[in-house]
Design a protein around this ligand. Structure first.
Ligand SMILES: [Zn+2]
Ligand SMILES: [Zn+2]
Length: 266
């Protein structure tokens, strides 16, 4: 597999960091999108990915920096197969099913957003939706596992995901606080895409219930046996030296502080 970081940033609008989205390609050509923040528009096209050919979209939770571009993406998929969309529109018309994978309650959120932002139901392809709390699904050579994690449970549920293909595995936090359920999901993963929101200086006052610090990213990666740790959801509120030092207190494997459009071998 290969991962391309489409958005290495957080909810804050930054020139160099779009918000959470990551493209995963398997050796057999399947494509999966992990979250649909502002990394989707433009950056997905820069990778050469044809959005009409996306197979799976995984959404960890409902914050706008993770979910916000899902409906525009789906609207693009549909309209690009209309005769108004220019030469070659028939070839661009999608026919294969689109699989949406989300957190507990995602189906209701999706239906509400469709009703407001894109009420037309003219897709000539099936849209299949699944929610994940502690379950897995297999799609030919791709296994998707999801578990509920703690983020902001006073508003809605959040999930973290694990993707397995080509004999390798990727785990992705979305946003979450330290959570033993995620440690279990991440067991022996080849690559961990971990959100790192809490600055080093703030973590010194104690852990936050809804986001991970660099120290905790290193701790979870070490406890779960993750081989390569990729930090995402960056706020740029720490120096690379401070982040590295905090991670290295526990984690000795390969560490990547990600940037937009960075490609990562799995
Ligand atoms: Zn976020
Ligand atoms: Zn969030």
């Amino acid at each position: 597999m290969e991962i391309t970081i489409l958005g290495s940033g957080s909810a804050i609008m930054r020139e160099k960091r779009r918000s959470a989205s990551h493209l995963v390609k398997t050796n057999s050509g399947k494509s999966l999108l992990l979250d649909a923040g502002s990394g989707v528009p433009v950056n997905i096209l820069k990778t050469g990915q044809d959005v009409q050919k996306l197979d799976h979209i995984l959404i960890t939770h409902a914050h706008g920096d993770h979910l916000g571009n899902l409906i525009p993406l789906m609207q693009s998929m549909l309209v690009d197969g209309y005769d108004v969309s220019g030469e070659g529109w028939q070839e661009r018309r999608r026919t294969k099913p689109l699989y949406l994978h989300g957190y507990k309650g995602f189906t209701d959120h999706y239906e509400a957003l469709r009703k407001i932002m894109f009420p037309e139901r003219a897709e000539p392809y099936e849209i299949k939706i699944a929610e994940y709390q502690d379950n897995e699904r297999t799609f030919d050579d791709v296994v998707i596992k999801g578990t509920e994690v703690t983020h902001v449970p006073q508003y809605w549920s959040a999930s973290a995901f694990r993707v397995e293909a080509d004999g390798k595995s990727i785990v992705y936090t979305g946003d979450c606080g330290y959570d033993e359920r995620f440690v279990k999901l991440a067991r022996n993963a080849d690559v961990g895409l971990f959100e790192m929101s809490v600055p080093v200086w703030m973590y010194k006052a104690g852990p936050r219930p809804n986001h991970l610090s660099a120290f905790e990213c290193g701790l979870v990666a070490a406890k779960s046996g993750v081989k390569k740790l990729v930090l995402v959801h960056m706020f740029d509120n720490d120096s690379e030296e401070a982040i590295t030092e905090a991670v290295r207190q526990n984690f000795k494997g390969e560490l990547i502080i990600s940037e937009d459009l960075q490609r990562i071998e799995v």
